[in-house]
Write a protein that binds this ligand. Sequence first.
Ligand code: IMP
Ligand code: MG
Length: 333
Amino acid sequence: MPCTVITGGFWGDEGKGKIISYLALEDQLAICVRTGSVNAAHTVWFKGKRYALHMVPAAFVNENCRLLIGTGANIDVAQFLEEVEETNVKNRIGIDYQASVIEEKHSVQDKTNVHLKGIVGTTGRGVGPAIEERVRRSAKLAKDIRELQPYLANVAEEVNNAIDKGEKVLLEGTQGLMLSLFHGTYPYVTGRDTSASAICSEAGVGPTKINDVLIVFKAFMTRVGNGPLPGELLKEEAIKRRWFEIAAGTGRERRSAPFNFEIAKKAVSVNGATQAAVTKLDILYPQCKSVRNYNELPEKAKQFIDEIEKQTRVPVVFIGTGPAAMDVIDRRE
Ligand code: IMP
Ligand code: MG
């Protein structure tokens, strides 16, 4: 803080939504900026209800937090309006006037393109084709859409002013480094860079304004869609270990594998991470469930966290011990 970037260390679905919802409440965030698009779903459990957010920033749980969607994002208008209704954030959410829009034809292209759907295994939400359209300089922008008029904002200006005033700002990345167009397992990647630098760029914040890069890892790895996954388990083994997950966004089955230190080291390096979070420690070690004090963790769980710190050389400041926003061990000073 005051300006933190939150980024994924594996293939997305590390639990960024959960950590963001914790920070929104605990640190009283002033602004949260969502980047990326609707291919990503951030899961937040709040007051006993589960939200799978494709557009609205995960910090919505704090009623005083201004919610913004950056200029680099791609807007699915119907999805946006639906989530604004569901989360009741009409009066405090803004979209950059120059964010681009996903049109119906883009998701049709995504779903019917043999390479994208069949080989890469896209989510089919039209994000890649919408980005292509933007690169061709023929995209519709948020400012061109009637329903979005009440929400238009100059996100870069708002965010930089807030940072200059010392307010707490969070830049919310999506997916993970291994799905980055530049740094991931190409061609089995998403249509954009997902690293911390790209998150800053999408929001309109320069690198000198960033105080912390918080990288989120899950205690094991998962991947949806195609492409390599080192150490991948058979489905039966994943079920036995309770690692088997179904995607929040698409309902697809996630493949799983043990935590990979080499990937974690690369992700820390490319993102310039200064802090790490490890989520779902309670899945690896059930005795950790809902624990909020580090000293109460079983020895094995502590050793695992130590090993992550030793190998990646970043402090693990947050540990997730359950799905609710406040199921977190906060080890910051
Ligand atoms: P696309 O981003 O929809 O084009 O999908 C490209 C690849 O990224 C596919 O393997 C998707 O499953 C994966 N992907 C995209 N967004 C997410 C996400 O939020 N979580 C996990 N995987 C994702
Ligand atoms: Mg997700």
